[in-house]
Design a protein around this ligand. Structure first.
Ligand code: SF4
Ligand code: SF4
Length: 445
């Protein structure tokens, strides 16, 4: 198989970054990749999807990494996993890797170990230049589930129609399940037995970077990784609900310019010329003299360390930074003068945020279970699925079916052109197309 053939298989299967980013995977493949890094950090607390796949499918992951190395001409593939999770790996498979190009690299139990800039540094010692993509340092970063999806596409011709999801938080039992893409999240939670949501809110994703779920409209997508249930009064929910204007008002009243938000920022600590306290000061005081205070936010990964760990005044620098980053992207504004850091800041070692510290600061210690069951035998049969046309970075997919068409599970229903940034969508059930609108293709049984 050559690079173009693999890209076609991955595009046809509709594979995008399953860890949450949703970048079309075939567009990452390049003959310039020297090292493939598998993001097995699973650094957001309470998330267990990658744990399950690593535990049950390590050999399939290794086979796929060997294929990726062959096709792209990469010299090695490194699985970056926290030491505390090494016990998940099949010891026979690990032993078989001795001296091969697929390597296991223990990374520290810190947050955000899964940020691609941090992960690249922790696994290879390389620092991705500001505003650049990993391939500029010869690296491709790929999530565990994404690799497994490639395995299924190559070996079984299976497109992405199901998604691994952890359900947890303020519930008796946390579980990991395999859910049909397009199933309403409210139906999924009810079918899985999570019916008592009175006084609770649901987060799609982790407690740091997740988003509040709208149970009326939100559905499973190719990037849904966790559904975490917390009391609506919990600080996590209050932080997510806070409008950016409130953060700015708080900043203008309470920011003491202590610079801790910048001092603790993982990207600043890796040498990036990024100081978010300057953003807070400029945004809260209407100070427009230094344009860099605004454009630097293109470097923010939204990890939330500045808000949850650093700031003692309850201001949310990450909210302000991500709002500005989004605005820059919407207006097509790019930051100039990106630099290549030549060293990490010496204070980094003493400012790393351990997972334990993060769990305590988030106030979720009581929600951490000693065991999370993977309930792969739990089957879901939604009466209808809502296949979103945009579940990924890039252009939305265009429908290739019409109302009244009969479709079967795995059948193509929408696609972006192969040369554009985007991917394909498939039906996750057998049924009939009952509606096509600007957001969904609705398929009913
Ligand atoms: S969210 Fe805060 S800590 Fe994280 S990268 Fe952005 S500015 Fe830095
Ligand atoms: S940590 Fe909080 S108080 Fe300190 S500079 Fe940043 S936003 Fe202001």
């Amino acid at each position: 198989m050559n690079l173009e053939e693999l890209q076609k298989i991955v595009y046809d299967a509709g594979i995008v970054g399953a860890g949450g980013a949703g970048f079309p995977t075939h567009k990452k493949f390049s003959d310039k990749v020297e090292q493939i890094i598998v993001n097995a950090a699973e650094c957001e607390p309470l998330m267990m999807v990658d744990h399950h796949i690593l535990e049950c499918h390590l050999q399939e992951l290794v086979d796929t990494l060997n294929l990726l190395c062959d096709v792209m001409g990469a010299g090695e593939a490194i699985i970056g996993i926290k030491g505390k999770n090494m016990h998940l790996l099949d010891t026979k498979v690990v032993a078989s890797l001795e001296g091969t190009r697929v390597k296991i690299k223990e990374i520290p139990d810190i947050y955000p170990a899964g940020d691609e800039v941090v992960l690249t540094y922790e696994t290879t010692g390389k620092i991705i230049p500001e505003g650049a993509i990993p391939v500029m340092v010869g690296v491709m970063v790929i999530n565990v589930e994404t690799v497994f999806n490639i395995y299924k596409a190559v070996n079984n011709s299976t497109p992405v129609v199901e998604k691994y999801i952890t359900i947890g938080g303020d519930v008796k039992e946390d579980i990991t399940i395999l859910a049909p893409v397009g199933m309403k999240l409210s139906d999924l939670l009810a079918s899985a037995g999570y019916t008592d949501l009175k006084g609770k809110s649901v987060v799609n994703g982790g407690p740091m970077m997740g988003k509040l779920v709208n149970l009326e409209t939100d559905v499973v997508t190719k990037t849904t990784k966790g559904l975490l249930i917390f009391p609506t009064t919990h600080g996590i929910i209050q932080r997510m609900k806070m409008p950016v204007n409130t953060a700015i008002k708080r900043g203008s009243a309470a920011c003491c310019n202590c610079t801790m938000c910048s001092d603790m920022c993982p990207r600043h600590l890796l040498g990036y010329n990024f100081e978010v306290h300057k953003t807070v000061r400029a945004a809260t005081h209407g100070d427009v003299r230094d344009v860099n205070s605004f454009t630097q936010n293109a470097l923010c990964c939204g990890c939330g360390v500045c808000s949850v760990i650093a700031c003692q005044q309850g201001i949310l620098p990450s909210k302000i930074a991500m709002e500005i980053k989004g605005s820059l992207a919407r207006h097509g504004l790019k930051r100039q003068n990106n630099i290549q850091p030549d060293h990490v800041r010496p204070e980094r070692a003493s400012r790393l945020v351990s997972s334990n510290k993060l769990i305590d600061r988030l106030g979720i210690r009581r929600y951490v279970k000693s065991h999370v069951d993977a309930k792969m035998d739990m089957k879901f049969t939604p009466s209808a699925v809502y296949i979103e046309l945009k579940q990924h970075v890039g252009a939305p997919a265009a429908p290739v079916v019409n109302v009244g068409d009969k479709v079967s599970k795995g059948q193509l229903v929408a696609a972006t052109p192969v040369d554009a940034l985007g991917t394909c969508m498939h039906s996750s059930i057998d049924g009939t197309v009952t509606e096509v609108n600007g957001r969904f293709i609705v398929i009913s049984r």
